[in-house]
Design a protein around this ligand. Structure first.
Ligand SMILES: Cc1ncc(COP(=O)(O)O)c(C=O)c1O
Length: 339
């Protein structure tokens, strides 16, 4: 009954097999290998556009490098107060940008509301020397509360941001989980809605440790800068073929979508089960693979004593994360422990 995190899940065997296959003979280093090329091609096909991409091994590296490409040390990044870049990255965005600020907005369900962004931008005055003007907007999909932005919501936020000259970053550590129930295409959930740079996660959905930083449209011009910053930060491993092999296998056919569909279906099943209990209410809508539920301490401790692994979140709810390897058995066990 381990629902502590999708990062606690193992890597999928097909990813490991792809790495083993890539581990034969000599191959060009630093990203010049065939696997990185194929991963780039697959991403171009999936996003239906001519993009640039660079692979890193953690979501924090993807976010911090992505922000550093567009936000100067004297600028700021507007994000939600629940954003992973604010709460969980130990100042990596500030460090990689050379000192930029994060400018926090509130809003229910860990989502930025248009009216709040509008108000924040209305006061922006880059020529006022005492201000730290916003240079970027960063949003997360799935959000840190497991909720989803629609393509229309992203487009509305991007339009506001771009109207003030900001670039738009999307933290897509769980992009696949956001995508599969959305009814939108990958393009609609990203560049067609104004996203310039995307942290495209694979680790939480079956990879061993691999995320793509993707540059769309004009943002592609910053690709040399991204490479230089990755190298300087020590995020350009020589044997990048192993990252390329992971991303290539991840994007092979429906693999990444099927894994996310499974994790999301398990979350729906879990939510249904929890909702059936008198003392439990959902804290957030379940739009992906995460379930946040309010429950009494007595019930939570009973479950933990019987083997549940899940955290009480800072909003007081209990966070359950499903992943590609979660089984119906794992979920049914919870019911057994309660009854
Ligand atoms: C929304 C989000 N972004 C980024 C990250 C960072 O990923 P990593 O732990 O690989 O640095 C996480 C990790 O949990 C996350 O949930």
């Amino acid at each position: 009954m381990d629902f502590s995190s999708d990062t606690s899940a193992p890597a999928h065997p097909l990813i490991l097999e792809a790495m083993a296959r890539a581990s034969q003979g000599m191959a060009p280093s630093y990203g010049a290998d065939d696997w990185c090329d194929l991963a780039r091609q697959r991403l171009r096909d999936i996003f239906e556009t001519d993009l640039e991409m660079f692979l890193v091994s953690s979501g924090t590296a993807a976010n911090a490098l992505a922000l550093s490409v567009f936000c100067p040390p004297t600028g700021s990044v507007i994000c939600h107060e629940e954003a992973h870049i604010e709460r969980d990255e130990r100042g990596a965005p500030e460090f990689f940008t050379g000192g930029a600020k994060l400018q926090l907005l509130g809003g229910p369900n860990a989502k930025i509301r248009s009216e709040d962004l509008k108000a924040a931008l209305a006061h922006r005055n880059p020529n006022f020397v005492h201000e730290t003007p916003a240079a970027m907007l960063s949003i997360t999909n799935l959000t840190e509360f497991g909720t989803r932005y629609t393509a229309q919501e992203i487009a509305a936020l991007s339009e506001l941001a771009k109207g003030h000259g900001l670039h738009v970053h999307l933290d897509g550590a769980r992009f696949a989980n956001a995508l599969v129930g959305s009814g939108s295409t990958p393009a609609e959930l990203s560049w067609k809605s104004g996203v310039d740079i995307l942290s495209f996660g694979a680790t939480k959905n079956g990879a061993l440790g691999c995320e793509a930083i993707i540059l769309f449209g004009q943002a592609r011009e910053r690709y040399p800068e991204l490479l230089a910053r990755a190298k300087r930060a020590g995020h350009m491993p020589a044997k990048m073929r192993y990252l390329g092999a992971q991303m290539t296998a991840y994007l092979d056919g429906e693999f990444w979508l099927e894994r996310a569909r499974h994790a999301n279906a398990m979350a729906q099943r879990l939510a249904g089960l929890l909702c059936g209990l008198k003392s439990v209410t959902l804290a957030q809508s379940v739009d992906g693979n995460e379930v946040f539920a309010h429950m009494s301490d007595t019930l939570f401790h009973q479950l933990v004593e019987n083997g549940l692994k899940a955290y009480r979140w800072h909003d007081g709810s209990v966070r359950f994360l499903c992943n590609w390897s979660t089984s119906e058995k794992d979920i049914n066990k919870i019911l057994l422990e309660i009854s």
